[in-house]
Structure formats: structure tokens, C-alpha cells
Design a protein around this ligand. Sequence first.
Ligand SMILES: [Fe+2]
Length: 206
Amino acid sequence: MSETKYTLPPLPYAYDALEPIISSQIMTLHHQKHHQTYITNLNAALTAQSTALTTNNIPALISLQQKIKFNGGGHINHSLFWKNLAPYNSPPTDITASAPILKAALEAQFGSVEAFIKAFNTVLLGIQGSGWGWLIADEVKGKLEIVTTKDQDPVTGAVPVLGVDMWEHAYYLQYLNNKAGYVEGVWGVVNWGVAEGRYTEGVEFR
Ligand SMILES: [Fe+2]
């Protein structure tokens, strides 16, 4: 049995493209070290799983599930996250021009985009320990909801329209303990065009 070997997807922009909101140093480490490590560990776990399957090693298969969940989730989440972002003040960061359908849905459900962002930020700042904040839809063009996932758990059974990495490695080198500064700043680099595409067409990950 052969298994897929995952590789690090390139960023859709330069490492310094998100400055001043997210520094080049953070983006370089986050992509080249953190994301790469999830991929390396995912591939190793899948190889070990393949061996365990051929030998019917049930205890090994069971022990590998958590590694696959954590590292596979890390790979999925970061792959989604990079595309969620766009250079500061670039056209995709304009929700009115880039995401008219999603904007209307946010206004219908939350009252206004500003009210949605306020609610999302409150949820992000309420995350204890490591995790992610997500805007999800229960189906394409469906009901929107703000949720969190712990550690590297990915969103399952819903459309991950927009995700924000709330692990300290996502902001600490630049914002230190000012988590609110990161949460407020990140809206300046959200790629609303990508969010619109996910909301109206869904997103698949393999
Ligand atoms: Fe991360």
C-alpha cells in the first residue's frame, strides 16, 4: 500500500507581503518550520500506519490516530490559512468589492460586518491555549457560524470560510502578549476574495 507524500505548498505571496501586520520573520518561520514540521510528521505517521496495516498491528494503528489527526490537521489548517490572507491593503482585502455575497450574508446574520468582526474577535480572544477561530458555513451559501477548534483539529462537516491561527507562533515574535493587537490587525490582511469563493463554491482538501 502506498501513501501520499505531502509537500509544503508555496505561499501565494512573498514572506514580507503581510507587513506591517504580520512580519516577514513570523511568516518565514511559520511556513518553513512550523508548517513543514506538520507535513514531515504527517508523512512519517502515514508511513508507519501503512506498515502497521500490513502487519495487523492494531495497538500501533490506534496510537497513530492522534498523530495523524494533529499533524494532518496542522497541514490542512495552515494550507487554508495562507490562502485566507493577502497583502495589506491589496484589492482582496476590500470586502465590498471582493465578497458581495458573503458580505450580504454576514450583514443578514450579524447585523453588520463590523458586528461580525467584533463577535469573531471576542471568540478569538477567548481561546485558551492553542487553537483556531473559524467562520464556517453549514453548507455552500449556508448558515454562518463562528466556532473554534482546539490545537490542530480541522473543521469537518462544514465549509471553513475563514480561519485565524491563534497559536502563539502566529503572532508572539511581533505582538508579544498583545494578542488583541494581532486579532485586530489581522483584518487588514484578510483575503475576502478567497472567503467569498469558499462560501459560494465550497473548498476541498486532499
Ligand atoms: Fe500556525
